[in-house]
Design a protein around this ligand. Structure first.
Ligand SMILES: [Zn+2]
Length: 397
């Protein structure tokens, strides 16, 4: 089971530091890299981390980009992607300008070159003092584990074809592994005919791997039938490629952990607390203060989490952060560290137990919590907090 971590705040480094070995790679959005150029490139280089850069090209075609043109990363990305001539006055990317072929080809080349070279470029400035710190730093390969050809949200046959064309051009521009980044508008998930066509197109490209992203699909909020479509998508992808080709979920939570256990995907990515699903048309922003309750595999506000912990002793976390503290005493960074500690515990547990045992545990945790409620009002609340566990269990059984 491979866990990829999407880093979005510099303070998360303190949590990640303790778990380098447990993470397959860091996924860094290019706008994060450009916002914190030295901090990010220095961190990756100093610790010789495995990393992947997400070029977030889709973002330049969404409405929200118009509000981002004053941010420092905007100009830096437009410049580094060499796409000045492709931009409209309102700050959005004009995909019509990707004709003729020669323009599309250089667009693809620029996006891929950026991923292959950017960390090297940025860390060159700090190289001299880095080599003082560590003698063999010069040998660290500052290339990402793979590159993503430019991609856009798939809403129709047209956007699907734009993505496919980019991938077909990518091979001549890198010797690195090529993964497709596949963001699918969530309503299309239920259009089996479209999904089958999409899978056929992508798998016939013979890439090294895939990261699939169903937009705004929060595993916690889905009914069994939707979860079944979700599983179908990953399973069909997996069935249509060789074993060594990686099928990953770009934004997943504990349900993705269970699907990985089931063998329908190889791994999944998540952020530290709020990136288990993603709406591409939203601004994002800092996460509210919440606590990840291990037994229910979800975040709750501190007072709600306390409610469960007080009623149900077994739900207390035993990670090094929580061991000797009340959760209301935890600092923001401790809350973040706790999330990653628990995610790693979840991964280890999945590698130890069978899928049936994991489902059984989920069922008994869910009923244990509900039954621990001290009164009918609390019981009603606990039923709500654990509802997703029953949906997940039904979907997998
Ligand atoms: Zn903990």
């Amino acid at each position: 089971m491979k866990i990829y971590l999407r880093m979005s705040l510099m303070r998360e480094k303190q949590a990640i530091d303790e778990h380098f070995e447990d993470i397959e790679a860091l996924i860094i959005d290019s706008h994060i890299l450009e916002t914190f150029q030295n901090a990010t490139s220095g961190y990756v280089t100093r610790n010789k981390l495995k990393f992947i850069i997400d070029p977030i090209t889709y973002r330049f075609t969404t409405e929200i980009i118009k509000e981002c043109t004053k941010k420092r990363w905007y100009d830096r990305l437009v410049e580094n992607y060499k796409m000045e001539d492709l931009m409209r006055y309102d700050g959005t990317l004009n995909l019509d300008k990707l004709h003729p072929h020669i323009r599309r080809n250089s667009f693809v080349k620029n996006i891929i070159n950026y991923q292959d070279k950017r960390i090297s470029q940025l860390s060159t400035e700090t190289e001299s003092w880095l080599t003082l710190l560590s003698e063999d730093n010069g040998r660290f390969e500052k290339k990402p584990l793979n590159v993503f050809p430019p991609y856009f949200i798939i809403e129709s046959d047209e956007s699907l074809d734009i993505n496919i064309k980019s991938i077909m051009l990518a091979k001549e521009h890198t010797t690195n592994k090529i993964y497709a980044n596949i963001p699918i508008e969530n309503e299309l998930l239920y259009d089996i005919k479209f999904i089958n066509k999409l899978i056929e197109k992508y798998t016939s490209l013979e890439l090294d791997g895939y990261f699939i992203w169903i937009t705004d699909f929060n595993e916690l909020k889905q009914r069994k039938s939707y979860l079944t479509y979700y599983e179908y998508l990953f399973k069909t992808f997996k069935d249509n490629v060789n074993d060594e080709i990686q099928i990953n979920n770009m934004f997943g939570g504990y349900f993705s952990n269970l699907l990985t256990k089931k063998g329908v995907m190889d791994g999944f990515a998540h952020g530290l607390g709020f990136s288990e699903s993603k709406n591409p048309y939203g601004q994002g922003g800092p996460a509210p203060t919440r606590y990840y309750v291990p037994l229910i595999h979800r975040m709750l506000t501190i007072d709600r989490a306390e409610d469960i912990l007080e009623n149900y002793e077994e739900s207390k976390c035993n990670c090094p952060v929580c061991e000797h503290k009340e959760i209301s005493e935890l600092s923001t960074i401790e809350l973040t560290k706790h999330v990653l500690n628990v995610k790693v515990q979840e991964k280890e547990l999945s590698e130890t137990l069978s899928l049936d045992e994991l489902i059984e545990k989920m069922n008994s945790d869910s009923s244990g919590i509900v039954e621990s409620a001290r009164d009918s009002e609390t019981r009603k609340q606990f039923n709500i907090y654990t509802e997703h566990l029953r949906e997940w269990s039904n979907a997998l059984s």
